[in-house]
Design a protein around this ligand. Structure first.
Ligand SMILES: NC(=O)C1=CN([C@@H]2O[C@H](COP(=O)(O)OP(=O)(O)OC[C@H]3O[C@@H](n4cnc5c(N)ncnc54)[C@H](O)[C@@H]3O)[C@@H](O)[C@H]2O)C=CC1
Ligand SMILES: N[C@@H](CC=O)C(=O)O
Ligand code: NA
Length: 455
């Protein structure tokens, strides 16, 4: 049976008035920042290879920017300046394939809806938008019979969206655990290895193109939470939005925490965790202690890694560059070639799979191990008193380490540092325990409470 005619590809003179060249698909690029500029460059520089792989030329017909008169450093020699336009809507209307790399909610959302309503397939790197408004966008794409692809939105260059939604479609995923934010991993790594403070390290990450336009999204964990929501939705075939992800960023992590972690054979990492239990699914993002021997501890700089645990496949690990212009553009271009192939074959990639409709559990239902550091009066019976409070709350102690501080100058009782590692406990029990311990008379300070993962 002959393939259905494809707009822009049918060798038909009637295509001429619309400006379409037979055998081409028209690509509109929305945004020309860190990622967009690399997508534009690759579309021009690798046009022949991309055409051979996609089955049609991917013609960059325009780049929507805020200010078309602003010179684009380095890009002018590769991408003709007359491709820049401030009229994103008109550009979208003229395209077969739309790449959205402008970020933010609006106008990105409106432009994507407009693109799919007009019959264009869309590739986006915008996790913030997908984690907030994904269902609306997927439904619109399905209704229009076009692709909405987003490999770049989770862990940049690492192929993780496609493996979870296609390769593991026949398996049962139980847990996803990963480092999915390059900026915070870079920051924690710099703190651990070079003693940099948070602000210095974030500035470096911005200069390297890892950070979001507003790096608060990185350091406060919003970016990782968006990725956790997307991963949980894909892994468990249900809908999880960013506001259902328990989130804690890295601003509370001190140089002292990082040094103390090293002393106990751990590193501090910002983790995204999505789990399915008998009660439902949960997704959370928080800093955690990871044993130095665990593969996640070896993930340095802006690299990302995602562990997936599935019933059949067992543990799988995906590792690579989760941020930066060229790595992210690689994922965008992969999606673009796939979307082009789908158009040429008259097919469509996978739709959203949310049939399971599972309940999303509250943050305090999470179960994990904890390490609590505290300063107490160094006198007999204090350790037993603290241990008693944990026992009263049903929190079981794994190990305790005590270090005496200098004796008090007046000869009275000095202080001691206690480091308590618990067995797995519910978040709610631990929070109540810490509050009760804080109220004990001999307790001078709770220095830190960190979860321990990957044990
Ligand atoms: N930089 C990275 O490593 C990664 C970024 N992403 C995502 O890719 C997207 C783009 O990120 P970046 O390139 O880093 O951001 P960026 O801030 O460098 O670039 C965005 C560009 O879009 C333009 N833009 C924003 N609103 C616009 C509008 N209304 N009209 C025209 N242009 C507009 C901005 O002026 C800017 O040049 C975001 O959704 C981000 O979350 C995803 C993975 C990695
Ligand atoms: N800001 C993000 C970029 C990729 O999503 C990060 O640092 O990982
Ligand atoms: Na990816």
């Amino acid at each position: 049976m002959p393939a259905a005619p494809v707009p822009g590809l049918t060798p038909d003179p009637s295509a001429a008035p619309t400006g379409r060249t037979p055998g081409t698909l028209r690509v509109a690029l929305l945004g020309c920042g860190v990622v967009g500029s690399q997508v534009a460059r690759a579309l021009v520089e690798h046009a022949d290879d991309l055409a051979a792989r996609a089955g049609a030329r991917l013609e960059l017909v325009g780049i929507a920017v805020r200010d078309a008169s602003r010179p684009r450093e380095g890009l002018g020699t590769v991408v003709p300046a007359d491709l820049l336009t401030e009229d994103a809507e008109r550009l979208v209307d003229a395209a077969d394939l739309v790449v959205e790399v402008m970020g933010g909610i609006e106008p990105a959302r409106g432009l994507i809806l407009r693109a799919v309503a007009g019959g264009a397939s869309v590739v986006t790197a915008n996790k913030a938008l997908l984690a907030a408004q994904g269902p609306e966008l997927f439904e619109a794409a399905d209704a229009a019979g076009v692709d909405l692809s987003f490999e770049a939105a989770v862990a940049g260059a690492i192929p993780i969206v496609r493996p979870v939604r296609e390769s593991l479609a026949g398996d049962h995923v139980r847990r996803v655990l990963g480092i999915v934010n390059g900026t915070t991993n870079y920051v924690l790594d710099q703190m651990a290895t070079h003693g940099l403070d948070l602000e210095e390290a974030v500035k470096e990450a911005q200069g390297l193109g890892y950070a979001e336009a507003d790096p608060t999204a990185d350091v406060e964990g919003f970016d990782a939470a968006a990725k956790a929501a997307i991963l949980a939705s894909l892994a468990f075939h249900t809908r999880v939005s960013i506001d259902q992800v328990a989130r804690e960023g890295i601003t509370g992590v001190t140089a002292d925490d990082v040094a103390a972690a090293a002393q106990t054979g751990h590193v501090v990492k910002l983790l995204a965790i999505a789990e399915q239990t008998a009660e439902g699914v949960s997704a959370r993002v928080h800093p955690a202690l990871v044993p130095a021997a665990h593969p996640l501890a070896a993930v340095r700089g802006a690299f990302n890694a995602v562990f997936v645990e599935a019933d059949g496949a067992g543990p799988l690990m995906f590792y690579g560059q989760g941020a930066g212009g060229r790595p992210t553009a690689s994922a965008v271009l992969g999606d673009l070639v796939s979307a082009a192939r789908d158009r040429l074959s008259g097919g469509k990639g996978p739709s959203e799979s949310a049939y399971a409709s599972l309940p999303v559990l509250p943050a305090d239902a999470a179960v994990t191990r904890y390490q609590v550091r505290l300063v107490v009066a160094d006198r007999p019976g204090v350790l037993a008193q603290v241990a008693g409070v944990l026992a009263d709350h049903g929190v079981s102690i794994d190990t305790v380490r005590q270090t005496a501080d200098e004796p008090a100058a007046d000869g009275g009782a000095g202080t001691a540092q206690l480091l308590i590692t618990t067995h797995a406990a519910r978040e709610a029990s631990l929070a109540a325990t810490v509050a009760a311990v804080r109220d004990l008379e001999p307790v001078r300070q709770i220095t830190s409470v960190l979860r321990v993962e990957g044990v």
